[in-house]
Design a protein around this ligand. Structure first.
Ligand code: MD6
Ligand code: FE
Length: 206
């Protein structure tokens, strides 16, 4: 599988999923959202809504509200356990993570054409030895990444439908965000927009 090392531990896999695989993953995500509807996360303390809507699959899901960021075993609105992780998602983890245990959580982010995501680090996981594996579907996103230090310089990469990117090793805690989508860049989602799945090992392996 072709890959490009953007920085030590930051590996980009353009076209990781071909079109039939993207369609199959989209169907699997639709099944997930039927069981666990998209919800609008809110910023800790202020309660300001995110422009991105989210859901999860797997044993644990990432949620955010006035109480803070956390992983929990149930949907914040329905109270039900998250649906199982699709087989395709587990296969992607096995292929790209280089980590011996399966992921605990798969966060699904849905971007309307004008949604964005501010610069952040993924650091709510206890197991930082495992990478984060990310899969993108739908419209192309301008993905900005910097370094572990918030003040490090940044670069951008366009994440297109079917692309994967892995944050591991010395890049596990780099800052990153989505500046914007490129409208009309993919016809995978009938109404446009973008889906991103991030797979994580949350709990520390013993
Ligand atoms: C997104 N991705 O692509 C947001 N985090 O919509 C992330 O925040 C992310 O792609 C950690 C590792 C890979 C990612
Ligand atoms: Fe992130």
């Amino acid at each position: 599988m072709a890959s490009i090392t953007l920085a030590p531990g930051l590996i980009y896999y353009p076209d990781y999923l071909d079109r039939p695989a993207q369609e199959a993953l989209l169907q699997a995500v639709r099944d997930v959202t039927r069981a666990a509807p998209l919800f609008t996360p809110r910023m800790p303390r202020t309660g300001k809504p995110f422009s991105v809507r989210m859901t999860n699959c797997g044993r644990l899901g990432w949620v955010s509200d006035e109480q803070g960021y956390r992983y929990q075993p149930t949907h914040p609105e329905t109270g039900k356990p998250w649906p199982a992780m699709p087989e395709m998602v587990l296969r992607a983890w096995e292929e790209m993570s280089g980590y011996p245990l399966p992921p605990d959580a798969c966060l699904v982010n849905f971007y309307e054409p004008t949604a964005r995501m501010g610069m952040h680090q993924d650091k709510d996981e206890a197991e930082l030895a495992a990478p984060v594996v990310s899969l993108s579907l739908g419209d192309t996103a301008l993905f900005r990444y910097g370094g572990v230090d918030r003040k490090d310089s940044t670069r951008s990469v366009r994440l297109r439908s079917g692309d994967a990117i892995v944050f591991g090793g010395p890049s596990r805690l780099i800052h990153h965000g989505i500046d914007r989508l490129i409208a009309g860049s993919s016809d995978l989602l009938p109404q446009g927009g973008r889906l991103n799945l991030t797979l994580r090992k949350v709990e520390e392996a013993l």
